[in-house]
Design a protein around this ligand. Structure first.
Ligand code: ZN
Length: 135
């Protein structure tokens, strides 16, 4: 596993939170992207070399809607960059971690992603992400 790629924060109202985090970081978000398959709308901020992803649910069945219902707004996941997501999934499964999707799926920001079940990672939802290469 490489560096932290981004930190995901669950929010109720993306528009309001974009304003709030723009003030916090002193610069606006650089992109908004909807991932329909996950029922989320995301926005991304850069803070130096780091990235923050805000996530808003687009429907009631969205994992973000369920998260906010249970825990309220706040830090939702930590994403780590990997260079070979398939082999990293195999390695982690072998180590006894539960992978929520063993087949990587397309996430926001041009990434292939997979999530680890928080039950096997001390309550922290971990996202693996690999940059999709353009050919
Ligand atoms: Zn993420």
């Amino acid at each position: 596993m490489d560096k932290i790629e981004h930190i995901g924060i669950a929010v109720k109202d993306l528009e309001k939170s974009n304003e709030l985090f723009s003030k916090l970081f002193g610069q606006p978000h650089y992109k908004i992207e909807e991932v329909a398959s996950e029922g989320v709308k995301t926005s991304f901020f850069k803070t130096g070399p780091n990235k923050i992803e805000l996530l808003e649910a687009t429907n009631a069945d969205s994992p973000i809607a369920k998260f906010i219902e249970k825990k309220g707004e706040g830090i939702h996941h930590i994403a780590f960059a990997v260079t070979d997501i398939e082999s990293e999934i195999a390695r982690l499964e072998n180590e006894g971690f539960t992978i929520l999707n063993t087949t990587p799926k397309k996430g926001a920001d041009n990434k292939l992603v997979a999530f680890l079940h928080p039950k096997t990672t001390n309550g922290v939802l971990i996202e693996l992400c690999q940059e999709i290469e353009h050919k």
